[in-house]
Design a protein around this ligand. Structure first.
Ligand code: UD1
Ligand code: CA
Length: 464
């Protein structure tokens, strides 16, 4: 398509009552402005520029490789576009203008605006919506035959115009050359003393150029976020849109209202997502997995036929048929090979658990490489941190780690070796050996009987 896009994101967003600029607020883990940029990308916009101002450093840190221009003083949406003249003034063809606070706009709609403008050769095409409550929005003024005549801001409406329910969504496609050529004609004689981009419609009309307003069939996609209430409304709309897409593609959700999935997440068919499941960031879930209830998976890869129950995964990788939980915490760098199992209240960080190996109960495993078919007994801990440095633990294939083993790293347990329960292992255990570190157990004959007898003499029969 080859259109360029300009994203207006310099406003403060006073009604958010926030230390953060408005467009930096997140929906499903993604900053609002990034949702808009993503829609522009997917619509085929090649060159994208954002106008930043309030909290510019914060906003610029969130827009990745997208270029930005600064608008030091927020003198209105028309002025914001003027600030991009140097960056975009040279381009020919379509320029899409979007608001950084409209995160629900779909890429199909942007593409439709561009196609319409190019087909009819208009100087501007405006996206409009018909709303049950149009208050606060600029209104679309049409002539008797439906021709677009102009846009009047809410604060500048004449009493007779108040009832108009077709509004300006703040989304436009312009002929870039004509826009920058006539932009200087904008004045700021209005109730807010601002340069309104919306006045370009009358400017073009006065020049005898063609303008058009086309309506969206999904008014909810035009929701502008101005407050935290609207932020939550936008999140709800996006949640439903994303979940519906996954369900239609073969994912089961027992209660989709209680499942939250980020826009970049991919999920294979026949996977079941139980309530209170959160899949965020760059996460991939394979086919026929069971995730949840009560699980959070962020920036992780889970291969097919895996189970995650009441657990947290952050930057973790699960091989096919892995089983996790309940209440496991898999931190960055955790890799489970196929069919590995991590059970109840286990924390793992920066470690590989080999094929078919098990860490079933109450363990901490950090900076470890565990081979295949290893059993790690309950309560086992890798002591990987000496207070200054982190050290590695290596456990060979087929080893058996007794319950409550302390593995004081750096340390290696060889293939097929065994450690005795309760041992603090500070030296390497050779392959097929037993590593045992315990003081010898004694039996004191009659000790318990004597204690009972003493209790009977004093008449104190209760245990204390
Ligand atoms: C604007 C439109 C209004 C439309 C509404 C849709 C104008 C004059 N009015 O009003 O017709 O119904 O959007 O949501 O355009 N911005 C800047 N620099 C500025 C001013 C604004 O970058 O100097 C950015 C804001 O950060 C925001 C966007 O432009 O992302 C829209 O600005 P906002 O002040 O929210 O405009 P509205 O009053 O909502
Ligand atoms: Ca707005």
């Amino acid at each position: 398509m080859g259109a360029a896009a300009l994203i207006l994101a310099a406003g403060e967003g006073t009604r958010m009552k926030s230390g953060l600029p408005k467009v930096a607020h997140r929906i499903l883990g993604v900053p609002m402005v990034a949702h808009v940029i993503d829609a522009a990308h997917r619509a085929g916009c090649e060159q994208i520029v954002a106008v930043t101002g309030h909290g510019a450093e914060v906003v610029e840190s969130l827009i990745g490789t997208v270029a930005s221009v600064r608008q030091e003083q927020q003198l209105g949406t028309g002025h914001a576009v003027m600030c991009a003249k140097e960056a975009l003034g040279g381009i020919d063809g379509s320029l899409v203008v979007l608001s950084g606070d409209s995160p629900l706009l779909r890429s199909e709609t942007i593409a439709r605006l561009v196609e319409t403008r190019e087909k009819i050769g208009a100087a501007a095409v405006v996206l409009t919506a018909t709303l049950p409550d149009p208050s606060g929005y600029g209104r679309i003024i049409r002539e008797g035959d439906g021709t677009l005549a102009g846009i009047v801001e809410d604060k500048d409406l004449a009493p007779a115009q108040r009832s108009i329910d077709e509004v300006n969504t703040g989304t436009y496609c312009f002929d870039a050359r004509r826009l920058f050529h006539h932009l200087e004609s904008l004045g700021n004689q209005n109730s807010q003393g601002e340069y309104y981009l919306t006045d370009m419609i009358t400017v073009f009309r006065d020049e005898g150029l063609k303008v058009e307003g086309i309506a969206t069939d999904q008014p909810e996609e035009t929701l502008g976020v101005n407050s935290r209430v609207q932020l939550s409304e936008a999140a709800k709309v996006l949640q439903r849109r994303i979940n519906r897409g996954h369900m239609l593609a073969g994912v089961t959700m027992t209660d989709p209202e209680l499942v939250w999935i980020g826009p970049a997440v991919t999920i294979g068919r026949d996977t079941v997502l139980e309530p209170m499941t959160f899949l965020m960031g760059e996460t991939h879930i394979g086919e026929a997995c069971l995730i949840g209830p009560d699980s959070r998976v962020t920036d992780s890869r889970v291969e097919s036929a895996s189970v995650v129950d009441s657990s947290i995964l952050v930057q973790a990788t699960l091989g096919e048929g892995a089983v996790v939980g309940p209440r496991a915490y898999l931190r960055p760098g955790t890799v489970l090979a196929p069919r590995a199992k991590v059970g109840t209240s286990v924390e793992i960080k920066n470690s590989t658990i080999g094929e078919g190996s098990k860490v079933p109960h109450l363990s901490y495993i950090g900076d470890a490489t565990i081979g295949s078919d290893v059993n790690v007994g309950a309560g086992t801990i890798t002591c990987n941190y000496d207070g200054i440095h982190k050290h590695p633990t290596v456990i060979g294939d087929g080893a058996f780690i007794g319950s409550d083993t302390m593995l004081v790293a750096p340390v290696t347990v060889g293939e097929g070796a065994v450690t005795a329960a309760g041992s603090a292992i500070t030296r390497d255990v050779p392959a097929d050996a037993l590593g045992v570190e315990r003081s010898e157990q004694r039996a004191i004959d009659g000790w318990a009987r004597k204690r009972r007898a003493g209790r009977e003499r004093t008449g104190d029969s209760k245990e204390r």
